[in-house]
Design a protein around this ligand. Structure first.
Ligand code: CMX
Ligand code: CO
Length: 140
């Protein structure tokens, strides 16, 4: 079901400072920047490698408001790893299969993710405390 780690999402208070740190320290390149109102975030994708069906990235996330998922996370736990995203060939199919196993889906249907992807989240409490995202990269 999982083809690769698509990205690690990192919650931060100042995305510009974190972009500077990651790109200078680890020699990573920013390949996309977006504001995703639906998810309540300003985000940047830093490319690491290309894999089966898509790339792998670090995703930096700055909350648009305190009551957004990332805003609440930072208030409670501070900055740091917020979620892990796995690349799947078909997100709707993966959601159905995973839901059958009793894992709660946080999205009823796929939503719009970074760089034209289709995404869905799984409840962290059902995945050993890890907020998990499924990503279907856009078909080229
Ligand atoms: N990782 C692990 N656990 C988390 C978590 C995270 N990122 N966020 C919340 N939790 C835990 C909390 O610690 C809390 O646990 P306790 O009850 O033991 O304290 C529990 O989940 C409930 O947390 P909460 O603070 O009350 O927050 P909510 O239930 O309102 O929301 C969640 C939590 C995961 C349902 C919500 O953040 C969500 O729907 N996330 C999916 C969307 C998202 O995160 N979007 C931003 C990223 C966008 C992108 O990647 O493109
Ligand atoms: Co993500």
């Amino acid at each position: 079901m999982f083809m690769r780690i698509d990205h690690i999402g990192i919650a931060c208070k100042d995305i510009e400072a974190k972009i500077a740190f990651f790109s200078e320290t680890f020699e990573l390149t920013v390949v996309a920047r977006e504001v995703n109102e639906e998810q309540g975030v300003k985000e940047a994708m830093l490319h690491i490698a290309d894999g089966e069906g898509g790339g792998s990235y670090i995703q930096l996330l700055e909350p648009l408001s305190e009551d957004s998922p990332v805003g609440k996370f930072i208030a409670k736990r501070g900055e740091g790893v917020h979620h892990v995203a796995f690349g799947v060939p078909d997100v709707t199919q993966a959601m159905a299969k995973i839901s059958e196993k009793g894992v709660r889906l946080l999205d009823e249907r796929p939503r719009h993710g970074s760089m034209g992807s289709e995404i869905a989240f799984l409840h962290p409490k059902d995945v050993g405390g890890m907020l998990t995202e499924l990503v279907q990269a856009p078909r080229l």
